[in-house]
Ligand binder design. Sequence first.
Ligand SMILES: NC(=O)C1=CN([C@@H]2O[C@H](COP(=O)(O)OP(=O)(O)OC[C@H]3O[C@@H](n4cnc5c(N)ncnc54)[C@H](O)[C@@H]3O)[C@@H](O)[C@H]2O)C=CC1
Ligand SMILES: CC(C)CC(=O)C(=O)O
Ligand SMILES: [Mg+2]
Length: 357
Amino acid sequence: MKKQIAVLPGDGIGAEVAESAISVLKVVSEKFGHEFEFKKGLIGGCAIDEYGTPLPDETLTICRESDAILLGAVGGPKWDGNPSELRPEKGLLTLRKSLDLFANLRPVTVFESLAEASTLKFEVVNGVDLMIVRELTGGLYFGRPSERIGENKDAVVDTLHYTRKEIERIVQKGFELAQVRRKKLTSVDKANVLESSRMWREVVEEIAPKFPDVEYDHRLVDDAAMQLIRNPKQFDVIVTENLFGDILSDEASMMTGSLGMLPSASLSADGPGLYEPVHGSAPDIAGQGKANPLAMILSSAMMLKYSFNLSEEASAIESAVQNVLNEGYRTQDIADSHSPVISTTEMTEKVKAALTE
Ligand SMILES: NC(=O)C1=CN([C@@H]2O[C@H](COP(=O)(O)OP(=O)(O)OC[C@H]3O[C@@H](n4cnc5c(N)ncnc54)[C@H](O)[C@@H]3O)[C@@H](O)[C@H]2O)C=CC1
Ligand SMILES: CC(C)CC(=O)C(=O)O
Ligand SMILES: [Mg+2]
């Protein structure tokens, strides 16, 4: 199989972990006889520095012409003072919107050998296997107006906007995913306060009868945040608004031991999918070889599964990661007192070696 993959490394550790994913995919292509062609593009702060915009047209064209997109992460203190249109994060938001990547799948899978690395108790997190389905192209991150207002610009407004259709398609996706998993969907909202959440609940109620075999419930987001820590094994699929999903997934990452373990897939109705770790550019550890590459590597496994329908190859990557962790190899973020700490590239080499075993 021949596929073109756009690679947007971005900023900070994004660039480091993107290299890890490319080298792992090269091993997969040799082992399974596929041809992957990688085409790089700039996004985020590095694109602002080079082209004066966080998402150059050339990058968007490369993405549109590819079968799938791998992205590291964007952002950093260098650009934090920029106006909103010239922030690195704007590049990523515009890419998601331009490609209509409305469904962000964030699986939270606890590897047994890492359950001790979680700040939560072993018995609470061991066996956790849930999926957060985050709406990605609407909600609070895209509503207009979003600006300083008033005569003296001493007031501010952000807007949470959804059309019914936008809610319908993400809720539908949540039910479909639950149906092929453990058949349980939790819709998370703030319906006791927000009108948008009340429409969200109506839509869930309207779509639910199409999935009679899926058990579903509604939870308020503050309760859901607490329940995730109290008893995460009660969840199978969680479907929720953009901002809520962003926050809940970083929280949920702590069950797996580190934010550096959480992959994601962002999908549209058709067109290329975007695969990126849940974490950001981690300026505090960038350039030091300390980044955990497993979230990015596991994101490339999601690409093989969701964009290329290569489930066996995706499972091979996941098993290689599991074997490396079982052997006790750890980057600093998941290290314990008995494991020697290895670097980003050493961890990548271990995964590649496990793939060829
Ligand atoms: N998708 C993206 O490109 C995202 C970009 N960002 C941007 O990243 C920048 C930094 O944001 P933060 O709030 O610090 O979030 P962050 O996710 O970059 O880092 C949070 C903490 O987790 C650690 N961490 C993250 N990924 C790790 C990995 N792979 N291995 C080991 N440790 C890891 C970091 O060292 C840091 O202590 C900001 O400019 C932010 O806007 C934040 C989240 C997502
Ligand atoms: C635009 C991104 C920086 C928002 C984020 O934190 C994420 O998508 O995880
Ligand atoms: Mg986030």
